[in-house]
Design a protein. Structure first.
Length: 193
């Protein structure tokens, strides 16, 4: 199984990218949240899942490992395949999706294209408890001029992806210490280095 790829983005389409690794171009389907952050010509690390069928092999990629793990949980649900899993991750952030599943919010889940009421019920039934046990990976709630938003901007300026920076900031915010942007940034950098 191909679990991770590191290479240069050489092409980008509506829902995929081509990543050149060691002279080989891998076509990888990605959620729209990742696609928006990807720039052709830049080096990128993707967490991947290889889906093998009799008639095709498909590679799915994610900027954050939490997205990959959530995708793996999703495709384990009866009636949810990789294409629907990517649609779900394109329509809702991992934190929003987890909150909807854990809270049994069928209304929010049925707003996602491809999910009807029965599929939403099955997702809540099969994933609710597992997602609770996995812990919260909720998105940071940030006001535009908050210290956390400033720290996020600083980390992205240093070259970290939004997903990497957000994960480190979640850990930094959870720790005790000063609540200024510099304090949060220092704690986040400790998790990244």
């Amino acid at each position: 199984m191909i679990d991770r790829l590191r290479g240069v983005v050489i092409d980008k389409g509506v829902d995929y990218l081509v990543l050149e690794v060691g002279g080989i171009g891998f076509k990888v389907q990605v959620p729209s949240s990742a696609w928006e952050q990807i720039v052709v010509g830049e080096e990128l690390i993707l967490h991947t899942y290889l889906h093998v069928r009799d008639d095709a092999w498909a590679l799915y990629g994610f900027l954050a490992q939490e997205e990959q793990q959530l995708f793996m949980e999703l495709i384990g649900v009866s009636g949810v395949g990789p294409r629907l899993g990517i649609k779900i991750l394109s329509s809702a952030s991992p934190g929003e999706f987890r909150r909807a599943v854990i809270n049994g919010d069928l209304g929010t889940l049925t707003l996602i294209p491809g999910i009807g009421k029965k599929t939403a019920q099955r997702i809540v039934l099969e994933l609710g408890e597992r997602l609770k046990k996995m812990g919260s990976v909720g998105d940071l709630e940030m006001l535009p001029d908050s210290p956390t938003a400033d720290a996020l901007a600083a980390l992205m300026t240093l070259g970290y992806t939004r997903a990497e920076a957000s994960a480190a900031l979640q850990q930094a915010v959870a720790e005790q210490g000063g609540d200024g942007a510099e304090d949060i940034l220092r704690r986040a950098l400790r998790h990244l280095l």
